[in-house]
Design a binder for this molecule. Structure first.
Ligand SMILES: NC(=O)c1ccc[n+]([C@@H]2O[C@H](COP(=O)([O-])OP(=O)(O)OC[C@H]3O[C@@H](n4cnc5c(N)ncnc54)[C@H](OP(=O)(O)O)[C@@H]3O)[C@@H](O)[C@H]2O)c1
Length: 261
């Protein structure tokens, strides 16, 4: 069994760890670190090694997942960068730090990968975009399989990582805001908050499955529910008159421009 270190047991580091545990990975093979280690108690109770000693975690690992903010990554690399070896694989989840930067500025001797999952890794429902340096097919397959267990995986060019961050990682928040708005509408037309949320969330899940499982374009599925002069098309067109699609596209572009600036 590969030994895995997760440096930075925050939102994403914990979500990835929870996802790995759900795939049946032995908890003792995972070592998660953060400074305020008491927050890792739930993982510790599941048998995961937890602590604040990054050096111990890195030294012991075959594969290291770096799940901290860019500034924190720099501090950590100052502390333990010299411990990385060329036999290890480093998978960075750090937003906005390219493979080129990892190689030339951070000077990481390990085999570098970047992965951009979203917080649905916890439920094995992420989509993870992965980019990598030139390395063996075996290494790519190993990292791919690690994240495949947490949802579908796409291998992309490193210069597409900013776009992947916006569409996949920020996208979770965009979709959740849709669900919340639908819930609020549902309450106004008579449901209590709990039932409105249940209906809104399951409806979004069902719509996504229609696209993913049937392989249909969303518009094909929309055509099936828009009766001429009907209720759905009148609501849908009102949303479009209010800028629904446009607001979403502009939001995606704003996030993208911000990440690129
Ligand atoms: N959240 C997402 O959906 C998402 C998706 C894709 C990528 N990302 C990227 O993934 C990275 C992590 O995001 P996040 O949302 O998980 O952030 P986060 O919740 O702030 O997690 C970062 C963790 O790193 C720990 N940390 C900071 N300094 C440390 C040190 N010296 N040694 C060990 N641990 C340290 C912090 O805990 P202590 O303060 O206790 O040390 C914190 O829990 C970011 O670069 C983010 O942009 C996030």
């Amino acid at each position: 069994m590969e030994k895995i270190a997760v440096i930075g047991g925050g939102n994403l580091g914990v979500a990835v760890t929870e996802g790995m545990l759900k795939t049946g990975m032995a908890p003792q093979s995972i070592h998660v670190t953060r400074r305020r280690v008491h927050y890792l108690k739930p993982l510790e109770e599941k048998g995961v090694n937890v602590g604040s000693d990054n050096a111990a975690a890195v030294k012991d690992a075959d594969l290291i997942i770096l799940a901290v903010k860019p500034k924190q990554a720099e501090t950590i690399l100052e502390e333990v960068g010299h411990l990385f070896t060329s036999n290890q694989i480093l998978v960075s989840l750090v937003t906005g730090v390219s493979l080129e930067h990892m190689e030339n500025v951070w000077k990481i001797p390990s085999i570098c990968f970047r992965a951009m999952p979203n917080t649905a890794v916890e439920l094995q429902e992420s989509i993870t975009c992965i980019s990598h340096q030139s390395t063996t097919a075996e290494n790519v397959e190993m990292v791919e399989n690690l994240f495949k267990a947490l949802g579908p995986v796409l291998i992309i060019q490193d210069d597409m990582m900013a776009a992947a961050t916006v569409l996949g990682a920020c996208g979770i928040a965009f979709a959740l805001r849709f669900i919340r708005a639908a819930q609020q509408g549902g309450i106004e037309i008579g449901f209590n908050a709990e039932n409105a949320l249940k209906i809104a969330a399951q409806t979004v899940k069902g719509a996504a499955e229609l696209v993913l499982q049937n392989g249909n374009h969303p518009e094909q599925e929309i055509d099936k529910v828009t009766t001429p002069q009907g209720v759905t098309i009148s609501g849908l067109n009102t949303m479009e008159h209010q800028g629904f699609s446009s607001a979403l596209i502009q939001g995606v572009l704003t996030s993208y421009n911000k990440i690129k600036s």
